[in-house]
Design a protein around this ligand. Structure first.
Ligand code: BES
Ligand code: MN
Ligand code: ZN
Length: 502
């Protein structure tokens, strides 16, 4: 079976990823065969078959301690006897009892990233019959993510997509879905990795239109005039310092069997295509990676595209607020009071707390669709990184079940999340003397929470969860399983959320 996933890819070289459930590893001609090994040893799964085919080579290497099966260990065995493939790559999964979909995603990505360091015509991955369908899907997704790097603009690529990839011992449908999910993650990564001079509000909205066209979603793009007619003064204020005018992208997806009424979920994304800090200018070091400040928007677009490509039965509305936060002559200023679309007035104490100002209007727009729940994703605060580090997303909610669902989904696919409290006491910190609220708390303590408290003022009591992805959205350094740059975080959790538990 072949599958077409070009609806998530923006052109580029083809490369099929397919399943061949019945083929035998030893008989396949390929550049490489990838096999997965747990710390417990070879056992009786497909690794054992490969061990037999190679005359016990894997047994000897594990006995000698050359291969341990520790998590994400990646050992290439060149010219293994008994195999037609040029090399066998053995990837560690860690302890069998701790094996889950998230580990498989990273392990497959590790092998893929390693092999994609050179052009490869054909790579074979050997799944295991003991994996659940979701686990297989996440492994396939990881393999699709690992072979793509961040060198969009380099003549000499560090990673090259495989000419073709074949999954053995995996159901064709699971492989096809895994590819769609992996390409969804890659879509978000590509957008995040584009420099701000190429990806600005208008070009982001054009990318969204192209994605909508490929996946059959409806799209509406509000330009400056439309934003003014819609009283989106908060979005317009943040955008005023830039020569690149703001946009609001609204997407609709109605899945098969989804009723025509209220959207089940509204996905809201922060799309600050570059955050200089505005007049509260960031120091140079903090500004360097601020092309990543549209990661929430990219995650929501990519998640919706993936959900649409998988034809999941759900009714979605997606809204992405796109602005560039700059210091031009018309830039919004400290002390300004902005009347947001909802009528709430906001006193600006720091123009670098721009994400929440933009989201104030975006949240108000989605409220109008009367969704059953709202999830927003934003690289909102450095404070969230101080609290949780680089790898963990912060969760904030006004409705515990809504938050629990998302936390379950994130953990199921191996993305760590942690909820922070929303005590009413924090509300006092965003009181203003001259307006309804101000856009920062008193001092910097609890800054991730005061930011969430600000957003809460604009969701009108609809069950809502805010995800602060300032840490996980962008990796300054490469990890064993993924190159540096955009990570595509939150795409897999959102797809998992819509699907529900396996
Ligand atoms: N986009 C930043 C937050 C951020 C920081 C994202 C680091 C990714 C990595 C956000 O707009 C911001 O500047 N927040 C300020 C808020 C402060 C001025 C209240 C911050 O966190 O310092
Ligand atoms: Mn900022
Ligand atoms: Zn920002």
């Amino acid at each position: 079976m072949t599958n077409e996933f070009s609806h998530l890819r923006a052109g580029g070289a083809a490369g099929s990823i397919v399943a061949d459930p019945s083929a035998r590893p030893e008989a396949i001609e390929a550049d490489a065969i990838v096999t997965f090994l747990t710390e417990g040893g070879i056992g009786s799964g497909t690794v054992a078959e490969i061990d037999r085919a190679t005359g016990g080579l894997l047994s000897r290497l594990t006995a000698a301690g050359e291969i341990t099966g520790k998590r994400y260990e990646c050992v290439p065995v060149l010219a293994a006897p008994g195999l037609k493939a040029g090399q066998l790559v053995v990837v560690g999964l860690g302890k069998r009892e701790d094996l889950d979909a998230g580990v498989l995603y990273r392990a497959a990505a590790t092998a893929s990233k390693h092999l994609a360091g050179r052009p490869r015509a054909k790579v074979v991955f050997v799944a295991d019959g003991s994996w659940s369908t979701r686990q297989t899907e996440q492994a396939v997704a990881g393999a699709a993510v690992g072979m793509v790097g961040q060198d969009l603009y380099r003549a000499e690529k560090k990673r090259t997509r495989f000419g073709s990839a074949v999954w053995l011992v995996a159901a064709a449908e699971a492989v096809a879905r895994g590819v769609v999910i992996g390409e969804g993650v890659n879509l978000a990564r590509r957008l995040v990795n584009m420099p701000a001079d190429d990806l600005y509000p208008q070009t982001f909205s054009e990318e969204a239109a192209a994605v909508a066209g490929r996946t059959g979603m409806e799209i509406e793009i509000w330009d400056e005039e439309q934003l003014a007619r819609e009283r989106c003064h908060a979005i317009l204020a943040v955008g005023r310092g830039s020569s690149r005018a703001p946009r609001l992208v609204i997407l609709r997806y109605r899945g098969p069997g989804a009723h025509d009424g209220q959207p089940d979920i509204a996905l809201v994304g922060k799309g600050v295509t570059f955050d200089s800090g505005g007049l509260s200018l960031k120091p140079s070091d903090s500004m360097l990676t601020m092309k990543c400040d549209m990661s929430g928007g990219a995650a929501m677009l990519a998640a919706a595209a993936t959900i649409a490509a998988l034809k999941l039965p759900v009714n979605l509305v997606v809204a992405i607020g796109l602005v560039e936060n700059m210091t031009g002559p018309a830039a919004y200023k400290l002390g300004d009071v902005i009347t947001a679309r909802s009528g709430t007035t906001i006193e600006i104490h720091n123009t670098d707390a721009e994400g929440r100002v933009v989201l104030a209007d975006v949240l108000d727009v989605v409220r109008g669709f009367k969704p059953k729940r709202i999830i927003d994703a934003a690289t909102l605060t450095g404070a969230c990184m101080v609290a949780l580090g680089h790898d963990v997303a912060g969760l904030f909610t006004n409705d515990q079940p809504c938050c629990d669902d998302l936390a379950r989904a994130a953990r199921a696919v191996g993305e760590p999340v942690w909820q922070l409290p929303m005590y009413a006491d924090y509300d006092e910190q965003i009181r203003s003397d001259v307006a309804d609220i101000k856009n920062v708390g008193d001092g910097r303590w609890g800054g991730a929470i005061t930011a969430a408290k600000f957003l809460e003022r604009f969701v009108g009591g609809i069950p809502w969860t805010h995800v602060d992805i300032a840490g996980p959205a962008f990796a300054e350094k490469p990890r064993p399983w993924i190159d540096g740059g955009g990570t595509g975080s939150l795409v897999r959790p959102l797809v998992e959320l819509v699907r529900g538990p396996e």
